[in-house]
Design a binder for this molecule. Structure first.
Ligand SMILES: O=C(CO)[C@@H](O)[C@@H](O)COP(=O)(O)O
Length: 239
């Protein structure tokens, strides 16, 4: 199991660099965690540590009550909420929190981001909902995340007057959801300044979401290998 934990220490450490890369955090105001599959453990960043100082060794391993399993650094302020999500959502393998500016501005207004562009239908399957205001440091934010996302296809939620929490099958998917949440928050805000926006119909949202989730990109497995081989052969013919 220690090899598995070390793998997730490395992955979670690296993914914090993506929060910086995509402009999602100021100072230390964001965190990433991953569930360690097949265990009752999670890995999360230490609280308040600058991203450039993070190392795999500095990541904190906690049980799914959010209690560190080793002596050492204090885990993120949001550990209890991440752990709550993992306990209540066995499908979730990664959780991310940011204060990304446009999405956090939407969170400050308490207004959900309406599904008015295809990118939102693709990634979120509808609007990005707003969860309740909650204090920090226990699992109340986690309770709000789970409650708000119940029955929603969105992998992101705007916690009122706080910021973004996103989930995914793994930590990388949760980071992607946070990146796309900020992207669409900015676009829809700009659109609303330019004029009226109109929600995409439910049937079209379903169609777009299904295509993006199940067809978009490179096929995995034998079908994918066959199509990549065909593509390679076709390129050879053009030489
Ligand atoms: O949002 C807040 C505080 O408002 C925290 O989640 C954020 O600053 C990150 O804290 P951590 O460094 O993960 O403890």
């Amino acid at each position: 199991m220690s090899d598995m934990v070390e793998k997730y220490r490395r992955e979670v450490c690296e993914l914090h660099g993506e929060l910086i890369r995509w402009g999602l955090v100021a100072w230390t105001a964001g965190n990433v965690s991953a569930r360690v599959p097949g265990t009752d453990l999670m890995v999360i960043k230490p609280s308040g540590v600058s991203y450039e100082d993070l190392t795999p060794e500095s990541m904190v391993v906690c049980d799914l009550d959010g209690v560190p399993v080793d002596e050492g650094a204090s885990p993120s302020s949001d550990t209890g909420s991440h752990a709550y999500v993992y306990r209540r959502r066995p499908d979730v393998g990664g959780v991310v929190h940011t204060h990304s500016p446009y999405a956090t501005a939407w969170a400050a207004t308490g207004e959900p981001i309406p599904c008015v562009i295809t990118a939102m239908a693709d990634e979120f399957g509808g609007e990005i909902p707003v969860g309740p205001f909650a204090l920090i440091g226990d699992e109340s934010i986690g309770e709000g995340i789970v409650e708000t996302l119940e029955g929603s296809r969105s992998p992101a939620v705007l916690m009122r007057q706080h910021g973004v929490f996103s989930i995914g099958k793994d930590a990388k998917a949760a980071v992607k959801a946070a990146v796309m949440c900020e992207d669409v928050a900015r676009t829809v805000h700009i659109a609303k300044q330019m004029g009226a926006v109109e929600p995409i119909s439910g049937a079209d949202v379903d169609s777009l979401f299904d295509r993006y989730q199940n067809v978009y990109g490179q096929k995995k497995g034998p079908a994918g290998a066959a199509s990549r081989e065909r593509a390679g052969a076709a390129e050879g013919k053009d030489d």
